[in-house]
Design a protein around this ligand. Structure first.
Ligand SMILES: Nc1ncnc2c1ncn2[C@@H]1O[C@H](COP(=O)(O)OP(=O)(O)O)[C@@H](O)[C@H]1O
Ligand SMILES: N[C@@H](CCC(=O)OP(=O)(O)O)C(=O)O
Length: 376
């Protein structure tokens, strides 16, 4: 079995549609293209594949709405165009998905959202809840507050960070070329399509070039994105979005585009990522029952099993869990600030709403965000 066949088992995809493709190489939004991609995504939903869409195109759509024929050079005008265009972009996706009875949700993120622990958990719970509800989130960079993406034309990194965030199995980067070639096919007609490689393979860098002119991320951002996606175990496919039924054909196992595989399983990779955070901010002292269900059954940590909270931490920060003798049992990302945790420990989870005035997660640390450091 080749590794590519893993794709047919991928249940959670992040699909990134790049500017070059979406705007027909800078000539306004490609509405027919959007209709066709949405039709395919609706088909994937029917096959029970969960989808997060990361779509560029806000600047292009805004330029059309504002009647600008030339892409402005000033960043603030690009930001303004993105703010105007995001409305049109999202309106279009919503109208198309509605034809198939699917709801969409607009999610605007920036990199800081994903590097701050608290925002990370918030973004993660919003997105995973949307997925549980069967909604297709449509993500773009929040161009009003950050300018990296419109400066460098790179929503690829955002796609990869979203793949990390939702523990996606697969990141599909749709672009204007059929995939990644061993040289830029625009300037090298003899360039050959790469079928598959490990995302970590460093020989990819030279083939991807340096990204070229301002406003075009090019292939190097896609290769880097594949490596970021691989950190949480997601494989990446770089593929030409203009090929007929490209997404559904990929889902059926057809070998299209360039497949860049991750070399670790999603769950293991995520846990390694958590374990790799050196700074711990506090300690939760567990009772015997909690120690035994965590270590023996791999359960989440509920407030009821915690006897004491030490230190000062915020939601999303890494805390150590110990037994009553102070021996470390596990570590993980806390769903609550320390001052909140102090109020809810020893209490049943259904009381959290009454105690804190809002109903947060029922776990103090979810098992997905926890690494066991001692097993029974
Ligand atoms: N090795 C390569 N294989 C394919 N395309 C390449 C390669 N190196 C550079 N490119 C360029 O990357 C472009 C796609 O990147 P970009 O314009 O940033 O797309 P998007 O907007 O979809 O992210 C292609 O049109 C191509 O000219
Ligand atoms: N966020 C911006 C631009 C991002 C962008 O162009 O990225 P990419 O699709 O990787 O070339 C937009 O929606 O127009």
């Amino acid at each position: 079995m080749t590794r590519r066949q893993d794709i047919t088992r991928a249940r959670r995809w992040v699909v990134k549609i790049g500017s070059a493709l979406l705007t027909n190489d800078g000539k306004g939004l490609d509405y027919a293209g959007i209709a066709h991609w949405v039709e395919q995504m609706a088909e994937l939903r029917k096959r029970d594949i969960e989808l997060v869409l990361v779509s560029s195109g806000a600047v292009a759509a805004g330029m059309t709405r504002l009647g600008w024929s030339e892409r402005p050079r000033e960043i603030h005008r690009l930001q303004a165009a993105a703010a105007v265009g995001q409305m049109g972009l999202i309106q279009n996706y919503e109208a198309e998905f509605t034809r198939y009875g699917l709801h969409t949700a607009q999610v605007l993120l920036d990199h800081d959202d994903l590097s701050s622990r608290e925002r990370y958990l918030n973004a993660r719970s919003t997105l995973t809840t949307l997925l549980d509800l069967g909604v297709v989130p449509v993500v773009n960079e929040n161009d009003t507050v950050v300018t990296d993406e419109i400066r460098f034309g790179d929503n690829d990194t955002l796609g990869a960070l979203v793949a990390n965030l939702v523990d996606a199995d697969l990141l599909v980067i749709m672009t204007d070329q059929s995939g990644m070639y061993n040289a830029d096919p625009r300037s090298n007609p003899a360039a050959e399509l790469i079928s598959e490689m490990a995302a970590a393979d460093t020989s990819l860098d030279a083939m991807a070039g340096d990204g070229g002119s301002l406003g075009r991320g090019g292939m190097i951002t896609k290769v880097r994105a594949a490596r970021v996606a691989a950190r949480s175990g997601a494989d990446t496919i770089i593929v030409g979005g203009r090929q007929d039924s490209v997404l559904t054909r990929l889902a059926s196992g057809e070998a299209l585009g360039t497949y860049l595989w991750a070399d670790q399983q999603p769950q293991a990779a995520r846990k390694r990522w958590i374990a790799g955070h050196l700074q711990t901010r506090g300690t939760l002292v567990l009772d015997e029952g909690a120690v035994s269900v965590l270590t023996g059954k791999g359960r989440s940590l509920l407030p009821v099993g915690v006897r004491e909270v030490r230190g000062d931490f915020t939601r999303g920060e890494l805390v150590i869990c110990t037994d009553a003798e102070g021996r470390e049992v596990a570590r993980g990302l806390s769903n609550y600030h320390a001052f909140e945790a102090r109020k809810i420990i020893g209490k049943a989870s259904y009381k959290i709403g009454e105690i804190l005035g809002y109903q947060g997660e029922e776990e103090l640390i979810h098992r997905d965000n926890m690494v066991l450091t001692r097993r029974l």
